[in-house]
Design a protein around this ligand. Sequence first.
Ligand code: F6R
Length: 232
Amino acid sequence: MVTPGVTVHVVPDAPALADAAAEWLAQRIARTPALTVLVATGQTPMGMYAQLAERVRAGTLDCSGVTAVQLDEYAGLPEGDPRSLRAWMLRSFVTPLGVQTVVPLLDPAAFTGRLAALGGLDVAVLGLGPNGHVGFNEPPSGPDAPTREVALTPESLRSNAAYWSGLTVPTRAVTAGMDVILGARETLLLVSGAHKCAILSEALDGPETPLVPASFLRRTALTVLADRDARP
Ligand code: F6R
């Protein structure tokens, strides 16, 4: 069962996912050059961002009018810490795409105010946590959960350890709230790999529940791009 308003595209593998996702966002940037985009880090969207950067280098895409909005950040990191998710967003998306405007996520109140002044998000680009989180809206998170500091679950600490070999994973984070994410005019959820298959099925086919925060994405104009391992 998939809700009306939700489109699910299944592609053969991760490279095809990167191509389809890049095309999805490039079309929207071409239509609306001043697009405001919530930008996930994590492994899943990296191929998409590389494809977009390729288009920018080739001169077929101009992202200079785009505003990149930070989705989440570990709490309490010193300036210049290599684990910063903002730094990851800058090196994978903002710099290679030539994006000129960034809304950082430092203080939840300042972030919420800046987003309101921008008129909200046009697009949210999201990955799916192995426990159903989006951003760091860990279970349980309801649809009204605000931008806030959270404690990371053991599952997220484990999955994030893969990003920082030899470094510890901070135990707390600040995340854009479910209210911000669900307010995006369109959402793109990228899911890759057999380890995401069961949680994707819960998010799309199970009940809406704070225990699977991604299940609330079905309330939005949602496009899911999954590879066959994640959605056989
Ligand atoms: C990253 C983020 C997380 C990840 C999710 C999936 O900014 O907010 O919600 O999108 O944990 O991570 P990957 O893509 O590494 O499997």
